[in-house]
Design a protein around this ligand. Sequence first.
Ligand SMILES: NC(=O)c1ccc[n+]([C@@H]2O[C@H](COP(=O)([O-])OP(=O)(O)OC[C@H]3O[C@@H](n4cnc5c(N)ncnc54)[C@H](OP(=O)(O)O)[C@@H]3O)[C@@H](O)[C@H]2O)c1
Length: 306
Amino acid sequence: MFGKKKSIPEIDKNQLELIENAQKRIKQKKRLYAHFVIFLIGAVFLIIANTVLGIGKDFKLFDIDWFVFAILLWLFLFIYHLLNVFVTNKFMGKAWEKEQLDKLVAKQQERIEKLKAGFVKEETLMAQSEVYNDTQNKTTKSTKSELTIIVAAAENDAIGLGNKLIWHLSNDLKRFKALTNGHHIIMGRKTFESFPKPLPNRTHVVITRQRDYNVPQGVIIVHSLKDAIDASKNDSQPFIIGGGQIYKQAMSLVDKIELTRVHHDFDADTYFPEIDSTVWKETANTFHKKDEGHDYEFSFLTYERK
Ligand SMILES: NC(=O)c1ccc[n+]([C@@H]2O[C@H](COP(=O)([O-])OP(=O)(O)OC[C@H]3O[C@@H](n4cnc5c(N)ncnc54)[C@H](OP(=O)(O)O)[C@@H]3O)[C@@H](O)[C@H]2O)c1
């Protein structure tokens, strides 16, 4: 209430000055037009007064009627007024316009600079928040489990016969051991029973509908795939290791497939589901030739969700 008088912003002062000058100019021209009209009427009046009404009929200078001198004098005054408006006292002319334009351009430039500075500040804040979000996402990702299927399948998708593997490929077993080492391995009851004994350094999670299924100490028993995944949630990469029934149920849930494709067709009673190329993209592919330790050619393939 008792504060300083509110200052008018610079841009308003300029606009005010422009408006005031425009008003002055209009008034100036209006006066000139009024003068011109009065001059015309006055000239006609003087002519009528002298020639019709006979006022000062006998007053002549150099044998010329007085009203001629009066009109000429008035015309001179009008021309003087005209020159005053359009030459001597002319404002809002080209120079004035340029000056106003320069002022406005400078003002706009100043505003652009201010806006630019604002944008830079905003962009910096946005970039900072993007980095923050990125970091947050990375942190979230790193805590999320990457549920992975690991499987060896023939060209015709065969994976087992008589509850046994169909082939022996030592490099495939080495890869299985290396990848699953230290992780949870989720499997169906039948696959579990296909092992002579639990594999070392892995947490076995066995799925069965049997409520009284007995297993060695350390093996976790669950009664659904969901419970198996829940039991492995603290593992950064739990593996679904089979067999056919469990692979089928897990296909829509896993993030990754580590496949050993054995380049041969086999008779089998258990198969791996088809890998839908619209859902999965191949991200790694290493081919191995047939040799002394390997009766078949095979490839190590990695698939990730698109
Ligand atoms: N090539 C490879 O990479 C590979 C890998 C693994 C296995 N295999 C082969 O695959 C064959 C075994 O596969 P499989 O399909 O026959 O059996 P599986 O998937 O290993 O196990 C099936 C059993 O899991 C339990 N189960 C399945 N779904 C369940 C659910 N939704 N809820 C609760 N329990 C469930 C049932 O146990 P209960 O009957 O006890 O209820 C069912 O009989 C073998 O030949 C094995 O050698 C191959």
